[in-house]
Design a protein around this ligand. Sequence first.
Ligand SMILES: [Zn+2]
Length: 229
Amino acid sequence: MKAFHYLADLFYPRLCLACSRKLLRHEYVLCSYCQVQLPKTRFHLRKDNPVEILFWGRCDIVAGAAFYKYLKGGYVQELIHNFKYKGFQEIGIFIGEKYGEELMKNEIFAEVDYIIPVPLHPKKMRIRGFNQSEVFGRGLAKSMTADLEVDNLHRIVHSATQTRKSRWDRYKNVASIFGIKDAKKLEGKHVLLVDDVITTGSTIEACVVKLKEVEGIRISVAAMATAAH
Ligand SMILES: [Zn+2]
C-alpha cells in the first residue's frame, strides 16, 4: 500500500489547496506552512469582534466569529475558491473540524445545540452539486457537541411573478426568502448558523430574522472566513 501511495504521489502529486505547493506524505489539504501562516482572526476569543459588530442594529445574535481573514488575492481566497468551484469538498470538512476544535474553547460556542447551514439557492445547488455551508457544518459537527440540522431552515423558491418584484419589494420581504420546517425542534435551543464567507452579512441577517420567529431561540454565527476584519 505504501508503495502504491508513493507511486500515486509521483505521478499525481497532491497539492496544497491554498498555495499549490506539493504536499508531503503526512500533509492533507493544507501544507504545514499554510496551516500556520493562513491569517486566523481568533474572533471566537474576542467579544465585540468585527463579525459581531457587522450585525449590530441589524439582527440579534449571541456570538459571531470566522476562522480566517478573507483578503483579495490571498491564499484564503484560493482555498475557498477550490472548495466552492473546484469541488474539493474535503476542504470544508477539514477546516470545519479544525475550527470546531477552536470554537469549543469558548463556552458560548461549546453549548450550541444545532449547527444550521445557510441554505443554498436550488439553482446553485444544481450547478455545484453540494451546499458548501453544509459541508463546512459537517466538519464542525465532527469536533463540536452539536448536531448538524440540514433542511429545517430552507430556501423558498419563488414563482416567476414574485421574481419580477422590484428590488425594494424583495428587500422588504427578505425574511420570506427562507422558511422553517420544524420550529418546535428549535424552540429554546442555541443554534449556530454557518456560512462559507461573511462579506456584507445580508444572507445571514435574513436567516437570523427568520429563525428569530422561533420561540426562545438563540442564534450564533460562524463562517470559514470573513472580509470584515
Ligand atoms: Zn500551502
